[in-house]
Design a protein around this ligand. Sequence first.
Ligand code: S3P
Length: 173
Amino acid sequence: TEIPIREKNIVLIGFMGVGKTTIGRLVAKKLYRDFIDIDEEIEKTYNMPVTQIFKELGEKKFRQMEREIITKICSNTRLKIIALGGGAYLQEEVRKVCLSKCIVYFLDLSWDSWKERLPLIINSRPVLQNKTLDEIEALFFKRRAAYSLHNSKVSTNDLDPETAANYIVDSLI
Ligand code: S3P
């Protein structure tokens, strides 16, 4: 049975460091709803930081964990605001469950704006380790193909998190 649109979970997707968690928290607060950060759920479930999961169990295992948690949460909850990890949406099964059960917002940032944030996030993101800036740029643009499968896009270039969150809230009414 179809989920009423007003009860659907809101899922935020986009590249690492675009503000999915920060903006998601604000949207949840403004709507008086619960916020779920998928990376945080993985860390709680397996009692291990994401960086350690990558190091000790490998990326493949991490992708399986995130796929399972996203599928479970999207299938069994409503009215949540959910921030995905930047790589989760590359998996077809994740795209399918999100697009069928949730409203998917793509948080978009230009490469030039994103580049300025790189120093702030590089150490905490295993996917960015041992890559040249050119390689990171290639990944940034390659992933846009998957992110383009969304319900709604927010260009966050000139928006502070508060304004971006208001934009999402207003778009729901
Ligand atoms: C990843 C993004 C991270 C985290 C993990 C892998 C990725 O989440 O899930 O380090 O492949 O893009 P954020 O998008 O919150 O940085």
